[in-house]
Design a protein around this ligand. Structure first.
Ligand code: ADP
Length: 256
């Protein structure tokens, strides 16, 4: 069923940020999650909309798996993931019967759910809505951009790793933004070097600087490099609050 747009549901959202990546595994959900937590850390109210329908990993990263969304008069009530109720999350993961159930849907059904997520979630007042998207540039991205466009200011952060393949994919992502008129807030280079857990020295495992070079070439801002940090991996696996626990880590410095 086609969702009916409910303009009131995003009327209280001040900024919408889409997180894009050319391919999976580059840390798009990580950046979405940690960006939301970093914004909360500076006092902002943040919503996370997980439209990565086939790989919804954010409920696990925020230890919200198994939580239920409820209906109220104005739509679905998102799940609050922190005690202060400053970070709320909506994900297809909350609508599945089992957390590891696969979403095997054709495009139109996925697009309808994305439109419904945009129109039917009662976010309330938010400083930022962070939207985690699937990798690549699929119909789901078009559906998300079309549904969110009336609610600008809307912009995109493109996540890449330093390796050339990923950087090549990211060029396509930037072309998608240009063709759909989506403002690029900037490029983030993730997994940029490895932070040694013993001496905290950062070693460049892959080549470095690809993201920055690409951003310069494309004429879009470069937002920074986030190193590979085993503490961050562990925190994401265990549902911890990396930003709170490791404020002096190089990855936190980069994220903030
Ligand atoms: P994507 O959303 O692009 O598929 P994820 O955010 O799920 O990628 O990240 C893939 C894996 O890499 C996850 O297990 C995550 O914990 C880990 N990861 C991502 N970025 C970092 C980082 N900067 N430091 C440590 N681990 C990271």
């Amino acid at each position: 069923m086609e969702a009916v747009a409910e303009p009131g549901n995003l009327a209280g959202v001040r900024h919408i940020v889409l997180i894009l990546s050319g391919k999976g595994g580059v840390g798009k959900s990580t950046i979405s999650t940690e960006l939301a937590l970093a914004l909360r850390h500076v006092g902002k109210k943040v919503g996370i909309l997980d439209v990565d329908l086939c790989g919804p990993s954010i409920p696990r990263m925020l230890r919200a798996q198994g939580r239920a969304v409820h209906q109220c008069d104005s739509g679905w009530v998102p799940v609050f993931v922190d005690q202060e109720q400053k970070v709320s999350l909506m994900s297809v993961g909350f609508l599945l019967e089992k957390p590891d159930e696969a979403v095997v849907w054709r495009g139109p059904k996925k697009n309808a759910l994305i439109k419904q997520f945009v129109s039917d979630v009662a976010w309330g007042q938010l400083d930022y809505l962070v939207v985690d998207t699937p990798p690549g540039t699929s119909d789901e991205h078009m559906a998300a951009v079309e549904a969110l466009r009336p609610y600008s200011p809307l912009g995109a952060i493109v996540v890449t790793t330093p390796q050339a393949v990923s950087v090549g994919d990211v060029r396509r992502e930037l072309t998608f933004c240009r063709k759909t008129g989506l403002r690029v807030i900037g490029v983030v280079e993730n997994m940029s070097g490895f932070v040694c857990p013993h001496c905290t020295e950062c070693t460049n495992v892959f080549s470095r600087g690809g993201g920055e070079e690409l951003a310069r070439h494309a004429g879009v801002p470069f937002l920074g490099s986030v190193p590979l940090d085993p503490k961050l991996t562990r925190s994401l696996e265990e549902g911890g609050d990396f930003i709170q626990e490791f404020p002096h880590s190089p990855a936190f410095q980069a994220l903030s």
